[in-house]
Write a protein that binds this ligand. Structure first.
Ligand code: FUC
Length: 759
């Protein structure tokens, strides 16, 4: 029931258009009548080229900054790092262009456009015309099918905001273009580009198959007297990897892909797409006691009282967006997933790894989509290579590290630009590697893939741990990373001046504690590296991240400095409760301190900030507060609001508004809804740990995943759980807590194939 977004008018701007994608290719579908527009993306279209940044004497500069902070001079330390330590910014994720299909005599009656999340098909209906758009993973193309009862004339055109040329062949348009190499920026925003020969090049092809006749002229294909028309679109770029000049062949591979799809034909393409997509989306099904809404989606979110079904729609949308934006072989989902129309997108639409990229992957394992995490794994493995250089060059340290931003070139340095004031708050945070490594360990915990633990997960965690082992220092009996920041937040010194560098911070200590703990666990599971594990154990004895302040909050800084912005959007110091698991249910004082911190921070924030709060409240077991935050996320934001603001909400197409559009909030909310229903924490599975009151009447869950390679299905009535079934490819007994009690349940044997096929 809550699988459809629908509207009774075409989209006029991005925030109304509907997304489809196959991980690599993305399209926003406008659903116009006389003129349809698809704005197109390819995951590897980025500015830049392989690059390595360095700063003379960086380790000495950092050591000097530490000394200054320890001497109570954080302002001097900040100036030093701003002028002598920071590197240029990441590359930008670029739009590919647009495809336009005009049609004569549109006869606009009975207009409806919809996105069916259960099929990943966007459909536009009016008069005698039906148009369908889907992105096929198995055939690597986007398919636009039109059928009409009466014959029509069509024209097909493409353009691009990048430098490009178009050729028209007998049945196709071929767009070749290239990406700029350098972006110039003012402040955090890129505002002009320089094109050079060594940037990424690309080919995009749109070919038609029709029962009308096709002619080509003036960069336009014209189709006459057609009642059926299929456009097959694909694209490929010359990007190879982070270190190699982008010279991969793209024209022939792209043409071959399109020819192969044309050969299959529209019906087979749709069948293959549905088979592929449903096998992923259908693994999970949630039913909640909600009445069906008769309103179009934009009117539903515009209503001041949110109907109870919207939460489920948002949950399903997040699962859809995961499958559409992150598939094996694609780049990881960036700040906008894969959907970006802007030549100068906010924050370069890059990978911001001090919350945003990770949040994109919060729901993936819980929603039984483990293969969709593979692009994130690729991103991390790339950083092991580039981040080794950063660890050695900037800190004189072992292992690898990554700061708060990255891109397909594997940027891992402390980006900030010379003299950019207050940049330490984001730049000086070499903890992206630690946070990302948590995702690798969670993947193991969910899948129990021991070979992968041995060959991929542990070696990566070990390299990450080595960085902190060699870069941390001992002070007053504790091992600290110093100076440290708490992402993007500031505190006031005694004179009321804002600072970002402190002796240490809760988040930096939390991330190291988690990483070392996970590494030790790997060593034990793999019966390896006993000595290394002992070194880590020794260090852990002197790492204590959590302290409760006099005001009852969990402390964020080394000492109780006054806040600069008490409602700051980041919640870095609360990481230990979520997504981390260091603050467990048997630590009531720390949980109370988190609760107090959340109360003082308040609910308002950017889209992703609302979503993080929702997940924290879910861990605290407060379902109504989670639902309140989900509703806050559903506050309508007008499509013209695309400049940076801090209040969250949703565009009419339900994409999350930071504002501007940022997809992390969609994924964060999906994770929070999953956590209302099931949490896999400590040694057990909690059923309905944070169910909002309005859903207690009854409902069911099928196929959500828990740690230990299991999926869980259950139903409830009047808040009481019935019919629990736990499935696993291995026979095991799992601890499940529900109805206030711990139950030991034997798993039903299933093979992976069964878990991974539609229920
Ligand atoms: C971090 C956040 C901002 C924004 C940006 C992409 O810097 O603090 O709010 O989400 O990432």
């Amino acid at each position: 029931m809550e699988d459809i977004l629908w509207y009774s008018q075409p989209a006029t701007v991005f925030g109304e258009a509907l997304p489809v994608g196959n991980g690599k290719l993305g399209a926003m579908v406008y659903g116009g009548t006389g003129k349809e527009k698809l704005s197109l993306n390819l995951d590897t279209l980025w500015s830049g080229k392989p690059v390595r940044y360095s700063k003379p004497d960086a380790p000495a500069t950092f050591a000097k900054a530490r000394q200054l902070v320890w001497q109570g001079k954080p302002g001097e330390a900040e100036e030093l790092l701003e002028n002598h330590f920071h590197s240029p910014w990441t590359a930008s994720y670029l739009p590919l262009g647009n495809l336009y299909l005009t049609m004569t005599d549109p006869k606009v009656t009975g207009y409806r456009r919809e996105l069916n999340l259960a099929e990943a098909v966007a459909t536009t209906l009016f008069g005698d015309v039906t148009r369908r758009v889907f992105a096929s993973f198995p055939d690597n193309c986007i398919v636009l099918q039109v059928t009409a009862a009466a014959p029509r004339c069509f024209t097909l055109q493409m353009d691009s905001p990048l430098e490009y040329e178009i050729e028209a062949g007998a049945d196709r348009l071929i767009l070749t273009g290239h990406c700029p190499v350098v972006g110039r920026r003012t402040n955090a925003q890129c505002d002009s580009y320089i094109y050079e020969d060594d940037g990424i090049r690309f080919t995009a092809v749109a070919a038609v198959h029709t029962n009308g006749s096709v002619s080509a002229a003036e960069k336009t294909l014209t189709v006459t007297a057609a009642t059926r028309l299929t456009v097959i679109f694909s694209a490929a770029s010359s990007y190879i990897d982070y270190k190699t000049a982008p010279v991969a062949p793209h024209r022939d591979p792209c043409l071959n892909t399109v020819d192969a799809a044309l050969q299959k034909g529209a019906t087979a393409l749709l069948t293959r797409h549905l088979e592929d997509y449903r096998a992923l989306y259908g693994r999970v099904s949630v039913k909640l006691p909600v009445a069906e809404s008769s309103l179009p989606t934009d009117e539903r979110i515009a209503s001041p009282i949110k109907d109870a079904g919207l939460t489920l729609l948002l949950f399903n949308y997040g699962r859809f967006l995961t499958i559409e934006s992150s598939r094996p072989g694609s780049q990881a989902s960036n700040l906008q997933g894969i959907w970006n129309e802007d030549l100068f997108p906010a924050w370069n639409s890059n990978y911001t790894v001090n919350i945003n990229t990770e949040m994109n992957y919060w729901p993936t394992l819980a929603c039984t989509l483990p293969e969709c995490t593979k692009p994130l794994e690729d991103l991390i493995l790339r950083l092991v290579n580039t981040g080794r250089d950063t660890a050695a060059h900037y800190y004189g340290a072992d292992g690898f590290t990554c700061h708060h931003n990255t891109d397909p070139w594997g940027l891992s340095t402390p980006l900030g630009n010379v003299g950019y004031r207050f940049s330490c708050g984001f730049a000086d945070w070499p903890f992206g590697s630690a946070w990302l490594c948590a995702h690798l360990f969670w993947y193991y915990e969910y899948t129990l893939d021991t070979d992968w633990l041995r060959t991929v997960c542990y070696p990566t965690l070990k390299e990450a741990a080595k960085f902190y082992l060699s870069a941390m220092v001992e002070k007053d009996g504790e091992w600290i990373f110093s100076p440290a920041t708490s992402p993007e937040n500031s505190y006031q010194d005694a004179e009321g001046n804002p600072h970002q560098l402190d002796i240490s911070t809760t988040m930096s200590q939390t991330l190291v504690k988690e990483l070392y703990t996970n590494c030790i666990c790997c060593c034990e599971l793999l019966h390896t590296d006993k000595e290394f594990a002992d070194i880590l154990r020794g260090r852990l004895e002197k790492i204590h991240p959590f302290h409760i302040g006099n005001d009852g909050r969990l402390m964020e800084w080394n000492t109780e400095h006054p806040d600069v912005e008490v409602t700051h959007r980041h919640l870095s110091h609360l990481y230990g409760l979520y997504p981390g698991e260091l603050i467990t249910r048997d630590m009531p004082d720390l949980r109370q301190a988190v609760r107090r911190s959340l109360e003082v921070r308040g609910d308002a924030g950017t889209g992703w900030s609302l979503a993080w709060k929702a997940n924290l409240w879910a861990r605290l077991g407060d379902g109504n507060r989670v639902q309140k935050l989900v509703h806050d996320q559903l506050n309508p934001v007008t499509c013209t609001e695309m400049t940076i603001a801090v209040h969250g909400g949703s565009y009419p197409n339900l994409l999350c508004a930071h504002p501007p559009f940022q997809i992390d909030g969609n994924f964060g909310i999906t994770a929070a809804v999953a956590q209302m229903l099931l949490q896999s924490v400590e040694d057990r599975i909690l059923l309905l740990p944070a169910l909002p009151e309005e859903y207690t009447a009854g409902g069911s869950v099928a196929g959500l995943a828990a740690k230990g390679n299991v999926t869980v299905s259950f139903a409830w009535k009047d808040g009481i759980i019935t019919d629990v079934r736990v499935k696993s490819p291995v026979l095991q007994t799992v601890k499940v807590e529900y109805n206030g009690q711990l139950h030991l349940l034997k798993t039903e044997l299933t093979d992976i194939a069964e878990i991974f096929t539609a229920k």
